[in-house]
Design a protein around this ligand. Structure first.
Ligand code: GTP
Ligand code: MG
Length: 427
């Protein structure tokens, strides 16, 4: 591990100060003797204390080492108490809030308990939105239903569309108490869900909807659609309580920046989760001061998707531009950067289904396999940093997988701590 002298500490401080008096030689002077024996033998002779016996020198060194150790421990403690400020940035739907949920599960005192009941409604809304997007996609692509009897179900779903819009998930304020708006008409919402359940069950089993699901990448379908539609019987149960996995899969847009405190292996982290939609990015800047680390989230699986608000722009390309502006921001010159190339499970599935990276990134000429395409994208992101010496730590992540995230969070904590200690002169 690289070692840098501690500013103001005994190592490397003013060379002559230690030996100037025999009284201080056992404290500061001794530290020099201990740290740089060859340099300090000169100092000792110059200051006329060459008469110190070997035993005395040894003792002085021991005292000095003890002082060094204690100073270092003090500074480490102060550093830990000050904590680390960490921002999770990136475009919408890249998994920022999901990472935060994982941190709550792994390091929060109550895990996801406080949010569990609210998520019941989110899960229901997610399932309704999913079947609606598929029904809309089926009609748009003129795909016939497999069973004509399901037409009535399709009509139910489309009829409830206007009502469902009122229950837009974006208007739920529970991720941030600063947003007072919330669904107050929970009963009406539950009634609507129960009315839709038979339609969801029948349509999700229909070959036409299956075909729509398998062929449409522009459906604006949430990544968790299949997960919740597959679980329709379980989530429609009157006694249903969302599991941790359900909460990790559930999708709620973040509207406002929120702060969360975690103690990760003795270090206090202040972590900020932001809304990634373009219109919300102007709210990020007030949090840019004194940032120790940034986790920048990328949805690798978005390589074949257009931006939500601009069909002509590729999502991953837009994400690279955003990374460019963040990584080269003057306030982040000494900030540690961790890049999460996320949603690798969906990315792999897309490659397996034959979706070609080169169709969306024509400059890519390599094989359409996971190993080569991920290296290509990693390289493209790292190329965005104008400062070629800037170290960006990359992880390929599956943010809904708690076991994988556990390992990655430990690694990120170690990196942030090491870089923090180094920037404050402790390493
Ligand atoms: N399959 C899969 N789904 C993921 C992964 N990471 C996140 N998701 C899902 O992607 C959806 C969006 O995740 P969020 O964490 O809400 O995204 P966000 O970046 O916070 O989005 P905004 O709040 O709009 O900025 C959720 O349904 C998550 O469950 C992943 O690695 N794999
Ligand atoms: Mg979010």
């Amino acid at each position: 591990m690289e070692s840098t002298p501690a500013p103001g500490g005994s190592m490397g401080s003013a060379p002559n100060s230690g030996g100037s008096s025999s009284n201080t030689s056992s404290q500061q002077g001794g530290a020099h003797a201990g740290s740089h024996p060859s340099n300090n033998s000169t100092t000792i002779q110059q200051t006329g204390i060459s008469t110190l016996s070997r035993a005395e020198l040894k003792k002085a060194k021991a005292v000095s080492d003890a002082i060094d150790k204690s100073l270092r421990a003090d500074r480490e403690r102060q550093q830990k108490e000050r904590g680390a400020k960490l921002l999770i940035l990136g475009p919408s739907e890249t998994g920022k809030t999901t990472v935060l949920k994982q941190l709550k599960l792994l390091y929060g005192r109550k895990g996801l308990e406080a949010e569990r009941q609210t998520y019941r409604r989110v899960v229901h809304l997610n399932a309704m939105k999913a079947i609606q997007a598929l029904s809309y996609g089926l009609q748009k692509a003129n795909i016939p239903l497999e069973h004509a009897g399901n037409i009535a179900h399709l009509e139910t779903v489309m009829r409830l569309e206007t009502t469902l819009k009122r229950y837009s998930i974006t208007s739920i304020g529970f991720t941030n108490p600063a947003i007072p708006r919330k669904i107050t008409d929970a009963k009406a919402e539950t009634d609507m869900f129960l009315e839709m359940v038979p339609a969801i069950r029948a349509l999700w089993a229909d070959g036409g909807i299956k075909e729509t699901f398998n062929t449409g990448s522009n459906l604006n379908l949430q990544d968790s659609a299949k997960y919740f539609l597959d679980s329709i019987d379980r989530i429609a149960d009157l006694n249903y309580i969302p599991t941790d996995d359900d909460i990790l899969q559930a999708r709620v847009r973040t509207l406002a920046v929120s702060e969360h405190l975690f103690n990760i292996d003795g270090v206090v982290y202040r972590i900020y989760d932001v809304g990634g939609q373009k219109s919300l990015r102007k709210y990020w800047a007030p949090y840019f001061d004194d940032v120790n680390a940034i986790i920048f989230m990328v949805a690798l699986s978005a390589y074949d998707q257009p931006c939500e608000d601009d069909e002509r722009q590729n999502r991953l390309q837009e994400c690279m531009s955003l990374f460019n502006s963040i990584a080269n921001h003057k306030l982040f010159e000494i900030t540690s950067f961790v890049l999460f190339l996320n949603k690798i499970d969906i990315f792999q599935r897309k490659l397996d289904s034959g979706s070609l990276v080169s169709k969306y990134f024509p400059e890519y000429r390599g094989p359409n396999d996971y190993e080569n395409t991920t290296v290509f994208f990693q390289h493209r992101f790292l190329q965005q940093c104008k400062d070629t010496a800037k170290q960006v730590y990359t992880h390929f992540t599956h943010a809904t997988d708690t076991n994988q995230m556990k390992v990655i969070v430990v690694a990120v904590n170690a990196i942030v701590q090491r870089l923090n200690l180094r920037s404050s002169g402790l390493l």
